[in-house]
Design a protein around this ligand. Structure first.
Ligand SMILES: Cc1cc2nc3c(=O)[nH]c(=O)nc-3n(C[C@H](O)[C@H](O)[C@H](O)COP(=O)(O)OP(=O)(O)OC[C@H]3O[C@@H](n4cnc5c(N)ncnc54)[C@H](O)[C@@H]3O)c2cc1C
Length: 452
């Protein structure tokens, strides 16, 4: 299956002149600090054109950023190279569902929207691979793959919100089924990147048997747009499971949730997701109709899962939807994502409880228990309480050898707490990579402040 590319490929000749960006005007990204939509003039000019450059200069003097929406690799190269030549700062924007992750980006001169980079480049069902432009929404890719009985096994909470593949890779995250399939970075076979100076870099290959060399796609995982633009991805796909079955066990104690998760992971039932929302443990199985049903039936016999009930199809869907909604958080909440050894969960839960009493905020701890991926959601109280709670809990995670990303925060928290905590040991390496890739600090400036 192949969709005809709409624009010239950079590899096939010199970059085409940027065309007028089309599509509906989007709201401004929240962290750029601007609220004014771009003028149609700025959209109509390619980023590399003298006119766009002039507008960029204005943008950096405090006016709202100009926006460009390339509709192919060549135009993306044009946009990035044009901005680099003028040392204009840039922010890459997919669906805009995770633009506030990390530290706030200083207002960029240019926003590069990836929604025009949305084509299917190739799909080889017999090779289990698909090639896409990185602005394609995950939900659309799943629709394209489904007739072949295939899917890209990532299930993030914002798929409904249009989350794009490039944004998912740059966000460095994965949904509950990461337990079985790994994160999106693990499914990347190859990638085409536009580095901050406009150079096109190809990494990996087109087939599952990979080539040697630096794995730049891994650098892009979690890069939050600070190391360049992900323009295209070759991805490994998997068979769509015929059936899934989920069992739910009420459990509000973190240690008990951890014991149950360990027991089911040791069992021969091979769960594909084990998630705890602070009140209930959800364990998901998949396979053929018969095998998924049998796993669900046998689950309550696993020590620690006695009393688990099998959800019917509607209840299963509702349970996962609710869970993903909780992970995403809501306006006014502060959301922290932490990664530790799974065994740390009870200690982290205890500390968060203590902090709620000390700071006057309410908190809920969710956890991909078997993977040690925890999400703390703070609500209520005031900004000072949120800032105090997040800073202290993050320090506990660091002491436990883990890492934390601040995703969402209630208004006012940025003035009171740093977005990143203790610098990880890899910081000097990241800093030097950033210097090499982006010496003028034009891509998402400030995203990883104060680390680099
Ligand atoms: C609070 C919250 C919790 C979430 N929790 C989870 C979770 O637990 N599991 C999960 O799987 N998903 C989760 N997600 C969803 C998912 O990880 C992100 O929504 C997804 O990464 C965003 O895709 P997007 O297209 O909306 O990206 P955007 O929001 O547009 O961009 C996200 C970041 O990537 C950069 N970026 C975007 N496109 C590109 C590109 N092509 N090249 C380089 N950089 C780019 C942006 O500059 C920005 O820094 C969560 C989302 C939110 C808001």
């Amino acid at each position: 299956m192949t969709e005809e590319p709409r624009g010239a490929l950079y590899a096939d000749g010199p970059p085409a002149r940027s065309r007028a960006a089309s599509g509906p005007a989007k709201p401004e990204p929240s962290r750029t600090g601007s609220s004014k939509p771009d003028s149609s003039d700025s959209r109509a000019s390619g980023a590399g054109s003298p006119r766009a450059a002039a507008e960029g200069a204005e943008g950096q003097e405090g006016r709202s950023p100009s926006r460009v929406r390339p509709s192919g690799l060549a135009e993306a190269v044009d946009a990035v190279a044009g901005a680099a030549a003028q040392r204009r700062t840039m922010l890459f924007e997919g669906a805009g569902t995770a633009l506030e992750w990390g530290a706030p980006v200083a207002e960029p001169a240019l926003v590069v929207e990836t929604s025009g980079l949305d084509r299917l480049i190739s799909h080889a069902p017999e090779d289990w691979t698909v090639g896409v432009e990185a602005g394609m929404p995950l939900a659309r890719l799943q629709k394209l793959l489904a007739p072949a009985g295939q899917w890209l096994p990532v299930d993030p909470p914002t798929a409904d919100g249009g989350a794009t593949l490039g944004g998912l890779l740059a966000g460095g995250d994965a949904g509950p089924r990461r337990l079985k399939y790994g994160g999106l970075a693990d499914l990347v076979i190859g990638a085409t990147l536009v580095l901050p100076n406009g150079t096109v870099a190809r990494t990996g290959g087109d087939v599952i048997k990979n080539v040697a060399g630096y794995d730049l796609a891994k650098l892009m995982s979690g890069s939050l747009g600070a190391f360049g633009l992900v323009a295209r991805l070759n991805l490994r796909v998997h068979p769509l499971p015929a059936a899934t079955v989920t069992v739910a066990l009420p459990v509000d104690d973190a240690a008990q949730a951890l014991d149950a998760a360990r027991a089911v992971m040791r069992s021969p039932l091979e769960p594909v997701a084990v998630e705890w929302d602070g009140r209930e443990l959800l364990v998901r199985f998949q396979g053929t109709e018969e095998s998924a049903a049998a796993r669900g039936r046998l689950a309550p016999e696993v020590p620690g899962l006695a009393g688990a009930r099998v959800l019917d199809a509607d209840a299963e869907q509702a349970a996962w939807r609710r869970h993903l909604g909780l992970l995403r958080g809501e306006e006014g909440e502060t959301v922290l994502r932490a990664a530790t050894h799974p065994a740390r969960l009870p200690g982290l839960a205890r500390r968060l409880n203590e902090l709620t009493r000390e700071t006057g905020v309410e908190a809920r701890l969710l956890s991909g228990v078997a993977q040690g991926l925890h999400t703390a959601v703070l609500r209520g109280g005031d900004a000072a309480g949120h800032a105090e709670c997040l800073t202290a809990w993050r320090e506990t995670v660091h002491q436990a050898g883990g890492s934390v990303t601040l995703r969402r925060r209630r208004e006012g928290v940025d003035d009171l707490a740093a977005a990143w905590g203790r610098a990880p040991s890899a910081t000097p390496v990241l800093r030097s990579l950033k210097r090499q890739f982006d010496p003028d600090d034009i891509c998402a400036p400030g995203r990883f402040a104060p680390w680099f």
